[in-house]
Design a protein around this ligand. Structure first.
Ligand SMILES: NC(=O)c1ccc[n+]([C@@H]2O[C@H](COP(=O)([O-])OP(=O)(O)OC[C@H]3O[C@@H](n4cnc5c(N)ncnc54)[C@H](O)[C@@H]3O)[C@@H](O)[C@H]2O)c1
Length: 250
């Protein structure tokens, strides 16, 4: 099993779903955790669960749509915990909508949380990661590789995140840091809980990207994130690893 004793691991979106599963997986492996989310109650629940089995995590309620808040959070973590070894960008939002109904507010929020926040967090964390030979894991999606009706902002944001991962990996190719992404398919989480399909949605179009195999439990995807962040994955840099039960295979 990968171990993370004396390593500071930052996880965004830790109040729920994959972020929570990732935080719990790192806690079980001895990491010192710094967690954030916009959902204060969910974050407190995750922190309480971790405190039962491990050291209580550093937690902050942060709206990652604000670049200043992203940078401020990283600075606070590095100052309080003495550095950063791993940054896992998990927080994300969906936004099912007809193209005609995409508002500037929706477009800007999806891009801010899914694409821009990982950039600002990475920019702020990189000096700390370089000091310790650390790494970044971005959570993309199978939606980065498939056209998906009614999800134009989401799929565009995830495709951009994959390309950002690769370009950042190239820029730091000669330095002591690794930058990767994982791309889950369908997972059993709350991401769609407050969403409904747009009125008049054509089910035949939706069917084209529906998983055939069962949805994954987030813990399965968290295991891949932990592996990619570990020293055992020293040869993995600039990759986007799919964990999607075959959804992008054909
Ligand atoms: N669930 C799936 O089927 C699926 C598939 C592929 C990729 N993903 C990706 O996995 C990641 C985790 O999603 P999930 O499925 O666990 O959903 P989730 O809704 O359970 O978790 C997302 C978390 O992000 C947080 N968040 C949203 N906006 C935020 C903001 N502005 N600031 C801070 N935190 C914010 C939410 O509060 C929530 O805790 C996302 O990036 C998502 O795009 C999910």
């Amino acid at each position: 099993m990968e171990r993370f004793e004396h390593k500071v691991v930052v996880v965004t979106g830790a109040a729920s779903g994959l972020g929570k599963a990732t935080a719990l997986a790192f806690a079980a492996r001895g990491a010192t955790l710094a967690l954030c989310d916009v959902n204060a109650q969910g974050l407190a629940d995750t922190a309480a669960e971790i405190a039962e089995v491990s050291v209580a995590p550093f937690v902050r309620t942060v709206d990652l749509a604000d670049p200043g808040a992203c940078k401020g959070f990283i600075t606070e973590v590095a100052t309080s915990l003495g550095g950063i070894d791993v940054l896992v960008n998990v927080a994300g939002v969906l936004g099912f909508t007809h193209v005609a109904d995409v508002t500037e507010t929706l477009w800007n929020r999806v891009m801010a949380v899914n694409m821009s926040a990982p950039f600002w967090l990475s920019q702020a964390a990189l000096p700390h990661l370089l000091e310790r030979g650390g790494n970044i894991v971005n959570v993309a999606s199978s939606a980065a590789f498939l056209g998906e009706a009614y999800l134009v902002p989401y799929t565009a944001s995830k495709a951009a995140l994959v390309q950002m991962t690769k370009s950042m990996a190239m820029e730091f190719l000669k330095q002591n840091v690794r930058i990767n992404a994982v791309a889950p398919g369908g997972m059993n989480t709350a991401i769609g809980a407050n969403e409904s399909l747009p009125e008049g949605a054509d089910m035949a179009l939706l069917q084209r990207f529906m998983p055939v195999r069962p949805m994954a439990e987030p813990a399965l995807v968290a295991d891949l994130i932990v592996y990619v962040a570990s020293d055992r994955a020293a040869n993995i840099h600039g990759a986007c690893l799919s964990t999607d039960a075959g959804i992008t295979a054909g």
